[in-house]
Design a binder for this molecule. Sequence first.
Ligand code: LR7
Ligand code: MN
Length: 590
Amino acid sequence: VLGVAAVLYVRYMQQEAELTDPDPDVVRIIRQNKNQKEYINRKGIHVVVGHYKGDPPPENLTQAAILNTNDYRPVPGEGEKGMPVVVPAHLLDKMRKLYRINEFNLVASDRISVNRSLPDVRRAGCQDKKYDQSKMSAASIIIVFHNEAWSTLLRTIHSAINRSPRELLKEIILVDDASERSFLGRPLDEYVAQLSVPTRVVRIEERTGLIRSRLMGAQEATGDVIIFLDAHCECTEGWLEPLLARIAESPTSVVCPVIDIINDDSFAYTRSFELHWGGFNWQLHFRWFTLGEREIQARRKDNTAPFRTPAMAGGLFAINRDFFYQSGSYDRDMDIWGGENIEMSLRVWMCGGSVEIHPCSHVGHIFRKNSPYTFPRKGGVGGVLHHNLARVATVWMEKWADFFFKVNPEAAKMKDTTQVSHRMMVKKRMNCNNFKWFLDNIWPEHFFPDDDRFFGKIRNDKLEHCVQRPYATGTGQPSGPATTTDCASNWYTPQLFVMTVDGFIMTDESVCLDVPDGGRETAESRVRIHGCSQLSRQKWFHDSSTSQLVHVDSQKCLDLPTAANPESLVVLACSDGPSQKWTLEEVPWT
Ligand code: LR7
Ligand code: MN
């Protein structure tokens, strides 16, 4: 059964490769004929394009790839102190072949000790901080996994044990969500039985997804605090005490560590920025944004104190066990992956708790570019995600749910079948605040429409064009010249903007209409779409009598591209020419 599953899996991955465009960064072509091209790309990934033109899949290659996985052979010194792993030449081919199985470099991971050392990445104030352990409750760690690579799972477990005071770790609960890979030739139960912290494995026979798996794990937990970790993390020195100290002080706080980066290719450990907090975009996808001004000010006093975040990434957090249940645990009707992080963030905030990041606690996580597993539900990854997100919107966003469904017509298709009464009961029982309260009080920097804001398109009277933002590349914020183009249908999101009462013209992904050079020094300045900063150079005023959009700092007017700046909109001395006439065209969103 395993073999068949493996072959199907690889075949699925190849189809994926076939569907995506051929990678332009071919480093080395392995073989190529009229039906098929096989090559290594710049990132060392083995890509096969064009198998299914009647050819059988290359059985030997794929079988070998699967059978040789999980070959944990630590090489002394490799990856120590969080340094990148060097894969010797004779293993490069294997490395490339195995990459896609977990969507990270399995061969590199298998060369690093499960007990590898890491640098102490905490700021000095954190290293010196003394926590009163007598006030803390011991924690149960819950790790759910599906087809995880064993070396990364074991390193998660060992790093947590090695870097936690023994008396603060009650137990570790592993939840195996129907993995198809066998464990290093012996039972996992036997392996974990010899660990110094009581550890057990809960097995789920049929794939259920991470949300219900975590609920299963939580049911088994006996610690007063539960801590969830993804199955490919590494805990650093002093990661645990700050989380437990904060929960001891404030039992309704849900506390996340700073999530550092373990490179998916080299396994190098990189400390990440502390000045980020979490939010979400119009599609309800989690995003990191620069910290709001209020929190930055609050942190000036003490940059070792936990800070509030509108949303959490979802995988790594500590929560008081009673509060976990009292606040509604998870929505067990959510499948496989996705959306539960936003649901929990909104619910915790709206129902009397808080979501925080503790800058003294650092845990690494392998960030992947693609998801390695199947989404066994009609519609694949999109279907599953939309199903989950439709539930989040329906329960927690009131009239903003209409907005979400307009931006995401795919999710809207799920609306009729979304049964959420048991989640509505949580909202009622906990007497929760509404989404409006969340936006106003927890995330005033947000870029969603609201009653006191303009929402719609910005149309130029001369060209009958609308302002458009650049497309997002990857998961980063879109950024680039502000332009105009033919006005599209109402729900074409790159042309939809919010204008706040303060005069910020914002749109999805927290980007704003900006004049980077301030507009005062030169006769003509370029206008760009750029991360919202709350700085006055991003303020505008729409004069409804003249239809001008005035840049407040420079008192110049938004105008169409010129000979000097043909690529972007500009600000120029105000005039009554038609190229400076802009109509704010409301788009109904509820
Ligand atoms: O069907 C499944 N069954 C599982 O047990 C699918 C997944 N899983 C396990 C999986 O093996 C892993 O241990 O669930 C865990 C999380 O899955 P990932 O690693 O594929 O998720 P991710 O890291 O890509 O995604 C983030 O968002 C998810 C939304 O559902 C979860 O909340 C993840 O926990 C979360 N990860 C983090 O927050 C780490 C930091 C990433 C950022 C930003
Ligand atoms: Mn993960």
